[in-house]
Design a protein around this ligand. Sequence first.
Ligand SMILES: N=c1c2ncn([C@@H]3O[C@H](COP(=O)(O)OP(=O)(O)OP(=O)(O)O)[C@@H](O)[C@H]3O)c2ncn1[C@@H]1O[C@H](COP(=O)(O)O)[C@@H](O)[C@H]1O
Length: 160
Amino acid sequence: MPKIPKTMRKNDDTKAAGKKGVTKKTARKKAAPAAAIVKAVPALPTEPAATAEILDRLFNVVVSRKGTDPAVSHSARLLSRGRRKIAQKFGEEAVECLIEAVAGNTEELVGESADVLYHLIVMWVDAGIHPSDVWAELTRREGTSGIAEKAARPRDPLAV
Ligand SMILES: N=c1c2ncn([C@@H]3O[C@H](COP(=O)(O)OP(=O)(O)OP(=O)(O)O)[C@@H](O)[C@H]3O)c2ncn1[C@@H]1O[C@H](COP(=O)(O)O)[C@@H](O)[C@H]1O
C-alpha cells in the first residue's frame, strides 16, 4: 500500500476533530482509510476517449497506408484496387447498414455504421478529400432546416 504523507494524515484528523464531540482519537479512527484516499485520485486515461475525433485519426491512418503492402493493410489493399472497387465496397456497406436499420437491429446497425464510416474515409482518401472539407460543409449548413433550404432553391421555370 502506498505511504500517505504525514501532512495529509494530519489534515484529515484535524478536519474530523473540528466537528462537535469528536476527539482527536476518534477522529483518527473516522479519518478516511489510506486506500480510499489513494482511490480518490482520478486515474490517468490509458485509452483515447470514444468521440468523433476518431474520424480524423482514422483518416490519418488510412492516408498513411497509401502505397503500403496490401498483404498487411486492408486500407492499402482497397486503395490499390481503385475508385470503382472502393465505391462498390462503400455501397455494399451502406446497403448492409440500411438493412439492419429497417430490421430494427440496433446493435448490428452500430457495427455496420462503423463499416460505412471506415469505407467512406477510404473513399475520401482516394478522392483527395480531407475530413475538414466535410466538417466545414456541415458547419456551413448548421442551423438551416432542410425544409427552409429546399424552399429557398430557385424554382425550375419548366417545372409543371
Ligand atoms: N475501421 C476499420 C475497418 N472496418 C472494417 N474493416 C475491414 O473491412 C473488411 C470488409 O470485409 P469484406 O469481406 O466486406 O471486404 P473485402 O475483404 O474487401 O471483400 P471483397 O469484396 O474483396 O471480397 C474487413 O476485412 C474488415 O476488417 C476495417 N479495416 C480497418 N479499419 C481501421 O483502419 C485501420 C487501418 O487498417 P489497415 O489498413 O488494415 O492497417 C485499422 O487500425 C482500423 O482502425
